[in-house]
Design a protein around this ligand. Sequence first.
Ligand SMILES: *Cc1c(COP(=O)(O)O)cnc(C)c1O
Length: 586
Amino acid sequence: MAWAGKTNSSGRSISQDEVDLRLSAERPYTYFTMELYDQKNGIRGGGGLGVLAADTRRVAEQLDVPFVLLTPFYPIEMHQVPVAGSVADFELENVALNVHPSNNGFELIGETYIATKFDPQIKIEVWQKQLGSTRLLTVYDPNFRELYADEGSSNHRLYQEVVLGFAGMQALKLAGLKSNVIQLNETACFFAALARLDDLVQNGMHIFEALKYVRDHTLYTNHTLVQAAEASFSRAQFAEFVLPNLQSKSVARWTMAQFPDSEGHVKYADAHRLADNTDAPLRLSDITLELAGQKSGVSKLHAKVANYHDLDGNRIHFDAVTNGIDVETWVLPSTVKMFRELDLLTKYNLPTHDFREKLVGLTGEKIWAQKRGGRALLVKALGERGIQIPEGAIVFNFKRRFVDYKRPWMAFSDPERLAKILVEADAYYILAGRVHTGDDNMMRHLETIVAAVEANPELKKRVHYLADYDEKTAYALSVGSDAAINNPIVGLEACGTSWEKDIMNLQILISTEDGGVADITPAAYLKIEGENEADEVESLYQQMERACQLLRSEELADFLQGQVRAYLPTISGARMLGDYLRLLAR
Ligand SMILES: *Cc1c(COP(=O)(O)O)cnc(C)c1O
């Protein structure tokens, strides 16, 4: 039996969860996402949401789970490169690259059409790539522009989302597939559920029955903490982009009945009372919650604090499925091999039943052998960017999107103090991240960091910034650094996964207790804490000093064993997929 052994951390086998769902090659687990971060397959995303999608598919492939991922193929890919000749590397310029599915191993399997009010037939191509038991199905339109073009509530975004939903459901048919359960990676994928509803009603099912069916077969995964931050669209926008794609009048009526009128939400039964002239926009999250019977958040803390309400004002319950990672993608191959040899991980990348006891085998000698291999890779990657790190030096890294709540400037709050820590321990600090176009506030923060670094000769030597953060940079820094810094404002990180890459690659994690890190208490990592930001800064510096001590002492093995002991099940992407299957089978 190929399935024996694929037991997840709760003891239930993944195959059993699949049987409960009746997944098959023709009726696969169907995953919709606006963003996929999978450079190996030619698609570059923007951040954690896309990395999660790519990892979920890879894990499904390793576990032989029938799985299809639907995503747009964007014809434009944005890169951030340093402005040539700029004093510091922080000054960035956005560069657009043209990309096409045919250059990335996809085959064209057909075309379908999307309608708008002004154009009844927009051709959408469907390209696919089979990867083991999984496939990537992409919808392509040369006018798609890039991922996250324009504002969240703009016409173009709505257009992109409508294409993924409606053309995506058509793409499944072109590929000869029927959707079983569908997972919506964020509300932007809502139109897939709506297209399915329309399809069922068009095929003769009563709308109430169809609503129940769609709810029973749809999981919405939320990554956003605040409902107010969600995109919303006007009636006029829906009339222009959504309604022309609906075949069924009753589904069109149901859709428009979700718009709030001036007195708040009007239920379907009262739809006839709706005045068509109200202007209040519809939040995509509201209508998604109406169609998705299962809802999940991406860590325990996130599921608990995500403050979402349905149209009647009831607080929404989110199940927690903490993001895991594909260990084979993000961990140095020799380290994965060592984890297997120590009997910590099964060949399906699930923790073994007694990995906690087996961890004593992770000795200092074994750890340093892995770290040396990872460092060689990092040194090479940095060398290509003209950065030299001397042998024996300690490397700290901060690598993540540069958004406010992640606080990339935190370690630079007291430049003298940072310089002292780095000099005394012979340590280096490497930053990598991308700034959102138009985030002027973050650009000012970066300028402050640059000024601090420029003004201090030691920092100038020991702090480096890597522009155009991507999977390759993330991997090199994960496998080759000694300590990772993760300091989001507590309560604002949904999960985060880069800290998981760091723990598996035997780095010390220095982190606030947030996102998926907060899944496990007490802290097995070096915790940043404090009543206010000044205290947290002090705590960060102390933990950096502590990390340097640990790295130069015999205690390191014990500490790293503790991190892996606490987090291995959380980090396992196979555990995550099992959790999703179980949730969907419920
Ligand atoms: C892992 C990874 C992420 C996820 O980062 P978090 O800040 O931990 O959510 C984002 N971007 C890239 C390129 C990654 O490799």
